[in-house]
Design a protein around this ligand. Structure first.
Ligand SMILES: N[C@@H](CCC(=O)N[C@@H](CS)C(=O)NCC(=O)O)C(=O)O
Length: 205
């Protein structure tokens, strides 16, 4: 059995969507970020960085338990554990990893940057917020172009789509109010309609 420690954020949903898509059973432990559950001594034993998501897989490699944080590492671990959503063909695997890294290290940080300057920074400066919004939209335009050429980011549905989807979901309002991005919107509707994605996106309840 796997224990998932999570909250209703993009990083948390990346883990729950992957668990659902892989068809794995898991217990959900809801972490209240506003209350600071992630900074308690018990939680810091799971992740010294004090951030969700975390999984504890009682049945890790060699039957030994594994505790893992970082949503990208969790997705890769589960792909490896189940043999799902990461091709074994080396060329296809490299392409899937390229788009997975793009989602994890380009798209997600750009969205986080926009979140921080809009919600967390002490001074809310409109020009800085507009700069970060434009930066994220430029990345989405690149994704839109790619999704006009292929059905899913890496060709076949993969961990790249699973890593990308929670950011697109979190930025639905921005995407919807932006002209164009039709390929991205079509992709989001299709991925969001997958039962595992729909279920995982509602975790924690
Ligand atoms: N790179 C990490 C980021 C994890 C992260 O920043 N989690 C946030 C929620 S999305 C968190 O727990 N923040 C709580 C805090 O910083 O106090 C990942 O991909 O999992």
């Amino acid at each position: 059995m796997i224990d998932l420690y999570t909250a209703g954020t993009g990083n948390g949903r990346r883990a729950s969507i992957m668990l659902e898509e892989c068809g794995l059973s898991y217990n959900v432990h809801k972490i209240d970020l506003a209350k600071g559950d992630q900074k308690t001594p018990q939680f810091l034993k799971l992740n010294p960085l004090g951030a969700i998501p975390v999984i504890v897989d009682a049945d890790g490699p060699g039957g030994k338990p594994v505790t893992l944080s970082q949503s990208g590492a969790i997705v890769l671990y589960l792909a490896d554990k189940t043999g799902k959503f990461l091709p074994t063909d080396k060329a296809k695997r490299a392409t899937a990893l390229q788009w997975f890294m793009h989602a994890s290290t380009d798209v997600a940080p750009a969205s986080t940057g926009l979140f921080l300057v809009t919600n967390a920074a002490p001074d809310k400066v409109a020009s800085i917020q507009a700069y970060f919004e434009t930066r994220l939209l430029n990345i989405f335009r690149g994704n839109d172009q790619r999704l006009g050429e292929v059905e899913y980011l890496a060709g076949d549905y993969s961990i790249a789509d699973i890593a990308f989807y929670p950011v697109v979901l979190a930025r639905k309002d921005l995407i919807d109010k932006t002209d164009g991005l039709t390929n991205l919107k079509r992709w989001a509707a299709k991925v969001g309609a997958r039962p595992g994605v729909a279920k995982g996106a509602k975790v924690p309840a």
